[in-house]
Structures are given as C-alpha cells and as structure tokens.
Design a protein. Structure first.
Lengths: 70, 378
C-alpha cells in the first residue's frame, strides 16, 4: 500500500504530461507486436500456470475465479 | 461454449489438490483484451497444444499435463463481437511437492481430466463498449461457474481508455477421498483500469483489481490444512510497451504488486523483447522475476501443534522467489496464418525471495512448458 501511495502521484503527473498522438502517427503502435495481448491462448495458459504455483493473482482481468487452484 | 466433459479418474493414491491444480490449465482472466477500442473487423481462430512438466529437487516425483485448446473471436455485424475459448487438460504423474493427506505418496500415480471454457459477448457503442461473459470449469472434485461484466470508455482520439469490470464466481469443492465433503466458496472481483498512449512509440496501462472470497478456502487433500474463511486481495498491474525503431522491435515491461488479507504480498517484474526478423519471423526472449512473502499462518512444521488452529504447510502460501526464462519463435506461413512455439522454464527457490527468507524448508521446484499454436485471421 505504501508503494501505491508513492507511485500514485507519479502516475497522475505522467498522464497529464502526455501529448496527444494523431491517428497518422500511430503506425508503430498499430504493429502486432506492440499490442498488450498478442496471443490469447498463450496469455491465458501462461497466466494460469503462474497462478497455480503462486499465491498471487489478478491485475490482468476482472475474474478471480474459474479454477480450483487457489 | 459447450462444456462437454468426459472424465475418468483413477486415483490410485492421494495427490495433493494443489499439485493437481498446479498442473491443471484453465482459462483465467479471459476478459483481458484491454486494447480493443472498436469492434474487431477480422475473425481470429487459434488452436494450440501445450505440454507442461514439473519436478522438485531430487527429481523423483513428476507431474505432467497435456492440454489441447482453442480460441475464436469473431465480429457479428458491425457493432458486436463474440469471443470463446476452450481447454481440455489431462494430467498424470505423481508428486510430493505439496504435503498430501497420506505420507509417502511418492511414486504413486494419479490421473485427472479437466474441461474449461469461456464465452464473452461484446457490444460496441461510438465511444464505449459493454461486454458480458461467463467462465466454466469442471473436474471430478471441483466445479466453478463465473460471470463477468466489463465496460470500456475511450476518448475521441482513442488515446485514453478507461476500463471497469465486475465478476462473480461460485465454486463447489468436493473430494474423491471423502464423499462427505461438500463445500462452497463465492468470490467477487472488481477491476479499474486506464490505458494511455504516451507518444508515437509507447503505450502504458495500469489496472487495479480487488477480489473478495468467502467460504471454503482450504485444501481438502491436505491433513490439517485450515485456512481462514475469507480472503481479500488487491493487485496493481502496470504495463508498458515501447517501440525500438532502430531494431524494429518492441520492449514489453510488466510490474505487478499484490497484497492480501492473509499477510501475503508479492512483486512481479516481467520483461519481454519482441524481435521481428527475416520478414516473416519473430523471436521473443523473456525473463520474469517473482517474489512473495508467506501467509501469517504458514509454517514449515508438520503436523501442527494444535490441530484446530488456522494452519497451512502448503508451499504455495509460503515465502519464496522464482525466476522464469522464456522464448517464443513465430513464423508467418502466409497472409493471416501464423505458427508459434513458446517455451518457458521456471525455478522456485526460498532464498530468491526479496529480503531473505527464514523458511529454508521450502523445496526448490522446477517447471517447464512448451506450447505450439496456430492462428488464422480472415
């Protein structure tokens, strides 16, 4: 929680400082390997393997349930 | 998604619930696609096959999983989309990694199968979207049903996207050893997220999730395992992607902080480098570091002094650190058709925990998987 309070002002300052990017400037951002989820099956598989071995979960989606591994 | 389940279970001996689960593959967090600010125009179909293998130090116990899976995302008209996935995994092997109900379970075999699927329907408005979905998972001794609702709003230039989501799960827990065991837990989950295009070459995402679970949270296959009846947890995930023009590559960095009401907190750093080469190829090396503290009630002592006390000797809620190293190689066979192979190796060690560790009895543990997938877009 301390970490959160520490980083929150930084995050706010960061968003304010962003300058608008126009549609014609998004060539690099549109590339396949520039996406957050480049391969759905692989992402799901990997997240589940991690979650089943560790006490932590969450951050990537709303659903915390769906399996018996916790 | 039709959850057709064919199950045959031959538990010759006891194996810990968590070891099975550790090896089982399900579909979690299927509402991940935070980047879609408009309805998909293409249909995506993927199939994949994964092989997972785990072993502990000493090497005599092993657990293997084979898992075929499939995914589809398709537009329906101009303003709607449907997304579904399915996985069937079969596990076999034996493990002493977790303390099981019977001691000396090493070398005994176990087999179990699991079916899981999810379905999500999304409607797109001019500046927002609304998605509704369900996730189902079924095994002999574990059944989970969840539903989720997710909404996104974006600015006119689509540079900022806000996400809010809520989910509810209802899980039934039984035991193949104890037919009297009939337990239940419910979990509610919430997500708030923001995604921001920083400049022409970088994008950032920050998600905060909160979950609250009530009911049976212990492991039915471990003697004396007795955890609290509720658990609240938060996770704060920050993701950053930057395009590296000189190499036509991209760097992906994820950092997650996690904390729960059991006294566990963790930090995860995940780095991946996406390197296209020779027109149709992509190589992606990755490295991940993870560290968690143990639950307040975790102890390496077995059995407990007081059999009624809140207690767990499960290594998963104990303190440790881990390092993973992964590599993906993808090849674009033709326009819209891609073949990919991903492999990752992970090692868990007590001494790799941040800030040191007094629980040296936590056993080093190794896992490895390889996933081969084929994706078609049209």
């Amino acid at each position: 929680m301390k970490l959160f309070l520490l980083l929150l002002p930084l995050a706010v300052a960061f968003f304010i400082s962003c300058s608008p990017v126009e549609p014609w400037q998004k060539g690099a951002l549109a590339k396949d390997h520039m996406q957050f989820d480049t391969d759905s099956l692989e992402t799901k598989f990997r997240l589940h393997v991690e979650q089943s071995k560790e006490a932590s979960f969450g951050g990537y989606g709303t659903s915390a349930g769906g399996c018996g591994c916790n | 998604v039709s959850i057709a389940t064919t199950k045959k279970k031959k538990a010759k001996n006891v194996i810990s619930r968590l070891t099975k689960a550790a090896a089982s593959i399900a579909l979690i967090g299927s509402s991940i696609s935070a980047q879609a600010q408009s309805a998909p125009t293409q249909t995506t179909v993927s199939v994949a096959y994964a092989h997972y293998d785990e072993s502990q130090k000493g090497g005599e116990s092993r657990m293997r999983v084979n898992a075929p899976m499939a995914f589809v995302r398709a537009p329906i008209g101009e303003r709607d989309a449907i997304e579904a996935s399915f996985v069937y995994d079969s596990m076999s092997g034996a493990s002493t990694y977790y303390l099981s109900s019977l001691t000396g379970a090493s070398g005994q075999g176990v087999e179990d199968n699991r079916s899981a699927g999810d379905l999500k329907y999304t409607h797109y408005f001019e500046r927002s979207s609304l998605g509704l979905g369900t996730i189902l998972s079924d095994e002999d001794d574990y059944n989970s049903k969840s539903a989720f609702l997710e909404s996104k709003w974006w600015t006119e230039d689509k540079n900022t996207v806000l996400t809010a989501g809520v989910s509810l799960s209802d899980d039934d827990i039984s035991s193949t050893l104890n037919s009297d065991l009939d337990e239940n837990r419910t979990t509610s989950g919430y997500l708030l997220g923001v995604q921001q295009v920083i400049d022409e070459i970088s994008v950032f995402q920050s998600n905060l999730t909160f979950s609250s679970a009530d009911g049976y949270l212990s492991d039915p296959y471990k003697t004396f395992d007795n955890r609290p009846q509720s658990r609240d947890a938060i996770a704060w995930l920050n993701r950053y992607i930057r395009y590296i023009e000189s190499a036509d590559a991209s760097l992906h960095a994820d950092f997650r902080y996690f904390a729960d009401s059991w006294g566990i907190n963790s930090q995860t750093l995940d780095l991946a480098w996406y390197q296209p080469f020779l027109e149709n190829w992509l190589l992606r090396p990755s490295i991940r570091y993870y560290s968690q503290t143990g639950a307040d009630f975790f102890t390496g002592q077995y059995p407990p002094e007081n059999f009624e006390s809140i207690y767990s000797a499960d290594q998963r809620v104990g303190p440790f650190g881990s390092i993973s190293i992964g590599l993906k190689l993808a090849y674009q066979i033709s326009e819209g058709l891609e073949l990919g192979v991903t492999t990752e190796f992970q090692e868990q060690r007590p001494e790799w925990k941040l800030g040191g560790n007094s629980h040296s009895e936590v056993t080093p543990f190794y896992t490895w998987y390889v996933l081969t997938g084929l994706t078609k877009k049209f």
